[in-house]
Write a protein that binds this ligand. Sequence first.
Ligand code: FAD
Length: 379
Amino acid sequence: MTVTGAIWREQLTSEQRAVLGRDAGLIANPRPDVLVVGGGMLGVATAAAAVDAGLGSVQLIEAGRLGAGATGGATGLLIPEPHQWSDPETFVDLERASLQRWRYLDQVTPGGLGLVELDWIGLAPDPGGLAAHQPSTVEWLDADKIAKIVPGLAWHLGGALIRHQARVNPLRALVGLAERLPSVGTGVAATAVTVRGDLIASVATSAGDISPGAVVFATGQPPVLDGLELDIPCDRVKGHLVVTEPSAVMLPCTVAPVATPLEDGRLLAGGTFDYGDESPAVRDEVVETIMGGLRAALPALRGIGVAYQWCCFRPRHPDRRPVIDRVPGLRNAWLTSGHFRTGILNAPATGMAISRWISAGKPPPEARAWSAARFAGRR
Ligand SMILES: Cc1cc2nc3c(=O)[nH]c(=O)nc-3n(C[C@H](O)[C@H](O)[C@H](O)COP(=O)(O)OP(=O)(O)OC[C@H]3O[C@@H](n4cnc5c(N)ncnc54)[C@H](O)[C@@H]3O)c2cc1C
């Protein structure tokens, strides 16, 4: 499904938009050392990591345009620390490492990746409303302090302040990474693989066959290809997002669960979890609910309309954690899937883990937690 209606594409220059459709229908290198299948954030970040690691020639193929899947519709928040309340430590460590890598990539990429530094406030009735013990990165602010920092907030609530998080326009960041890739073919879909022994010998695509040294599948959900036997449970969860018209309401930082401020006085809100809704269409009632919540929290927004509204699907494994693994039974194929609600954040660290694995021939320690074997027999 291609995400339409998101603000992110509108914020790109025409040159940046052209990168999203790079070399349509072309495979520049049919015998690459590394083939990456999938041009979302995971695929592009992994291809970039493979180039940086000196793994030889790298070819990426994408069935549609780059960022056409969940990546082009994400909020783009890079906020590891609030996940201390909801996720295991290993996962938060992956997120922290990835945010560090994002910052590094933003610095070394000519023109940057558009990373914006951002603090985060999570509103809660009392300090115990988030967790009994606050981690050291968290500063608890009482309701009066919150009222000073977030003027116009209708709710008299305290909150947890976490500094030094970040956000990106996911398409802007994707373009920055993709510009560094030597060979990208958009509009090229992988359809089948030929396996000889424990190796993928070739990948059939809509633009001809590719004979790669190694293959990485980064297709959101695990790939469904003739000749590839994969049995990893995965579904998807729809989410809606809304961007308001510009307003005089200036949020100083992300205020959860209210909104994130964008560059020009617009607010980005939503990120709903619309379980069971498989329709690709935006639902007006969900947009109305998001706007109703926004206006209730910030009454000055009354009369301000919706400028952008869209929806997309998060790929999800049953335990809501990603798979970062070698394809079971194959020596030259890797897989990363099910990044659910943190795939933008975790893409650089995931790409590095896979590149290191390809290079060293053995898994890096941080990848062990994300093995596909944890779902064995669970379907
Ligand atoms: C509403 C919402 C808000 C979100 N907010 C955030 C956030 O704030 N921060 C965050 O970190 N994450 C967020 N996410 C999650 C994030 O969007 C995803 O985890 C991430 O985009 C997944 O990236 P991906 O590259 O794995 O998948 P995708 O972006 O879906 O990319 C997979 C690509 O593979 C291509 N493909 C599939 N099959 C083939 C094939 N056979 N051949 C060639 N190409 C193929 C597809 O066309 C697609 O472009 C959000 C998601 C949603 C829905």
